[in-house]
Design a protein around this ligand. Structure first.
Ligand code: DGJ
Length: 733
């Protein structure tokens, strides 16, 4: 492993230069003579102090801090700053704003001190990227308000070999009185040059993380959620790139927030064409009272830079998320291929039906049966039962324990669905604890999917959930949990907080969720938890700290999924993407696609099935058996290899992707529409060794890496729509 000088501090006169370096990136800040912490650079390594790029223009209406005598070129409003403050002359979007005891909401943070530590810092009560100690160094820079004892500690975790810098901020109140934090973003990044685009990932239920690229004009862009989750509608991830940046070429930065609640990313292009990006907890739904000597911890942002386009940027994120975010037994290990009964039965099943599906599944190589919604309380539709986490034996016609042991006796693992954070009004839990539901006193709460939200900011509610869930895990030797969440949170109010602190609830809800998940992870180290939120409505690096895979979308249609998984892949590794083969016509889109297309799309994820296998023909079952064999054969390559996007399914007539490791290459995808006299597509592969030879496992043809990357490979002639592609090549030695 190469070793770099990761964090360098150079002091000269009254200035201090902080130079953070990873293998291919450099991040610079400088403390100036006024103790202002300026941002100088985030980009390629230049071996230079990048201060020389700063212009100090004399701009009318951009004023000076009091220490500056008559130099009208020094303005907080025009300088690139490391952590922008509200109310003292920087009129761009601020990263922080607090209300002091005297009612003022201004803050002017100046440099106080720094420290460097080996290893990666962690963040109290929040998920954060972890290190093996030697691969990361952490820098802390302490800033202090000029006229109060409010401190902000900026934290940087620098992963030298991974081109990753993690960021977070801690606010500390050493005032005699409490302060109120109105806004505490995790990071601010000022980019004082360039003509840039934003890539963000918007969506809706069943159409999550749609790729959209827009130019940054003079404006303030906001990408956010106020839904209580990171949401289907917008991902807490962003890419900022050069205009000419593409998969292989150009400079780009990416940032993803390790947080599962309300977030906001703001991007402003200012009067001088400079771009500022800030990211963190959404201040629209947040405030926090900080008593004397208390600290507030902001969630982590994972930041990466690539000077080789989006493929490299994605590899950086995939690598850090796989190795330093996901935890536990399954983070890098093969996951069980599962069958889930949701689209097979919805609420209409008993234990016999589940066993019939399980038996067929086991006979064709599926490893785990997952019992979805409807096994508990009185739950024959989505109108009742949430909160009553004990099996409905009348419906199952068997105890859950017996069902579990029968499934295990045929050699399968057993998983089960929960939606812990919800409550149905028609449930015993609600009848016994109506005050446990989230609602505003005197206002009837809105329902969504007929349900209310459970107030998990309360410790008694969390205790109830932990007891209920852990009892079932132990009684039935549960191997896997699908942790669902099927509505946005409205009518926010909690009896656990005073009326003046109600805006703490959103964040406390997320902290409550993390506490529960942490306890389960700790107490059941062999349990695999799959995150879910009506599909992929809470698909974020925060959840991935507790659940190494997340159900990516309720949409199982192969065509739609290829676009959803395309967008998801920019930040999130393939192993984290829960993806299943379902029946046709597809239940969400009505589209009919061949089994082979559904298989290759689902294989680009944590693979599974979600249909009644007993309605399929022998030939279809045989094909599925073969597909499972193929997936298991390539599982490690798919989950831990380098993933390349070979097309943009929004523009091209095909969705194609490639997995590469040291020994082999797998190209998969679908050609959307065929034509008579179909012309062949020629696809250039990526990430191969130019001088090595690769043999096609199917045709035995041998190509050089250089030929495959520069000349490409011919795709098969599509005959019929949604024609699947699978090409496997082995490196020859
Ligand atoms: C939404 C999930 O995304 C589905 O897969 C299924 O589990 C349903 N909830 C069950 O209610």
């Amino acid at each position: 492993m190469e070793v770099y000088i990761v964090i360098e501090v150079i002091k000269k006169d009254k200035e201090i230069l902080f130079n953070l370096e990873t293998k291919n990136s450099m991040y610079q800040m400088k403390v100036d003579k006024y103790n202002v912490l300026k941002h100088l650079w985030y980009g390629s390594k230049t071996l230079s102090d990048m201060e020389y790029l700063l212009d100090y223009p004399d701009v009318g209406f951009s004023g000076q801090i009091s220490e500056v005598d008559d130099d009208s070129t020094y303005s907080l409003d025009t300088l690139p700053l490391e952590y922008s403050c509200f109310g003292v002359g920087d009129f761009r979007v601020p990263a922080i704003s607090v209300i002091h005891n005297n009612g003022s909401d201004a803050i002017d943070l100046r440099y106080e001190s720094y420290s460097i530590k080996k290893g990666k810092y962690s963040i109290k009560d929040l998920p954060s990227v972890y290190s093996n100690y030697s691969d990361c160094d952490s820098l802390e820079i302490t800033l202090k308000d000029t006229s109060s004892d409010v401190y902000v500690v900026l934290k940087y975790g620098v992963f030298n070999n991974k081109d990753i810098i993690c960021r977070s901020a801690v606010i500390r109140n050493e005032e005699e009185n409490s302060i109120k934090i109105n806004k505490a973003f995790s990071m601010c990044l000022d980019i004082p040059y360039g003509s840039l685009d934003i890539i963000h990932f918007h969506g809706r239920h069943a159409m999550e993380r749609q790729f959209e690229r827009i130019p940054i004009t003079h404006n303030i862009y906001e990408f956010s959620s106020t839904r209580g989750t990171s949401s289907h509608q917008e991902s807490p991830s962003i890419i900022i790139c050069d205009k000419n940046c593409n998969e292989e070429f150009g400079n780009c930065f990416g940032a993803t927030l390790m947080y599962s609640g309300n977030f906001k990313t703001q991007i402003e292009r200012d009067q001088l064409n400079q771009v500022r990006m800030i990211m963190g907890i959404n201040p629209d739904t947040f405030s926090w009272t900080l008593e004397q000597n208390e600290e507030f911890f902001t969630p982590e942002v994972i930041l990466s830079f690539s000077d080789k386009g989006f493929s490299k940027l994605s590899h950086n994120f995939h690598d850090i998320i796989r190795n330093n975010v996901c935890r536990g037994k399954y983070s890098l290990e093969s996951r069980p291929v599962l069958i889930n009964n949701w689209e097979a039965t919805y609420f209409d099943f008993d234990a016999l039906k589940i066993l019939e599906i399980a038996k067929t599944a086991s006979s064709i190589g599926i490893d785990m049966m997952v019992l979805d919604d409807g096994w508990f309380g009185k739950r024959d539709s989505d109108k009742s039962g949430l909160g009553d986490w004990y099996a409905n034996e009348d419906k199952l016609k068997m105890s859950l324990k017996d069902l579990a042991s029968k499934i295990k006796s045929i050699g399968m693992k057993f998983g089960i669905w929960f939606e812990p954070e919800m409550i149905s009004e028609d449930s015993n839990l609600y009848r016994n604890h109506p005050d446990w539901a989230v609602k505003i006193p005197g206002r009837k709460p809105g329902r969504s999917r007929n349900q209310l939200v459970l107030d998990i900011t309360r410790s008694d509610v969390r205790d109830y959930l932990y007891e209920s869930i852990s009892r079932i895990i132990k009684d039935c030797s549960i191997d896997y949990i699908k942790w669902d969440f099927n509505r946005s949170i409205s009518d926010m109010y909690t009896y656990s907080l005073s009326s003046s602190n109600q805006k703490e609830m959103g964040h406390r809800f997320v902290l409550g969720l993390y506490e529960l998940l942490e306890k389960l992870n700790h107490d059941f180290p062999n349990l695999l938890i799959e995150g879910c939120c009506g599909g992929g409505g809470r698909f974020d690096a925060g959840m991935l700290y507790y659940c190494p895979q997340i159900w990516c979308s309720d949409n199982t249609d192969a065509y739609d999924r290829s676009k959803i998984q395309y967008g998801t892949s920019f930040i999130f590794p393939i192993s984290t993407i829960g993806s299943h083969v379902s029946a046709v016509p597809n239940h969400q889109s009505g589209r009919i696609t061949p089994l082979s297309a559904r298989s290759v799309v689902a294989m680009a994820g944590s693979f599974g099935y979600e249909l009644d296998l007993n309605t399929l023909s022998d030939l279809e079952l045989e094909n599925i058996k073969q597909d499972i064999k193929i997936f298991k054969k390539f599982n490690k390559l798919i989950h831990n290899g380098d993933y390349y996007r070979l097309s943009n399914p929004n523009d091209d007539n095909f969705a194609l992707w490639e997995f590469v490791n040291d020994n082999e290459v797998l190209v998969q995808g679908i050609i959307f529409r065929s034509e008579a006299n179909q012309l062949r597509y020629n696809i250039k592969l990526k990430g191969l060794k130019e001088n090595m030879e690769y043999i096609d496992s199917n045709t035995n043809k041998v190509y050089t890496g250089s030929a495959l990357m520069n000349g490409g490979i011919l795709l098969p002639k599509a005959f019929g729509d949604y024609y699947s592609v699978m090409i496997h090549l082995k490196k020859q030695y």
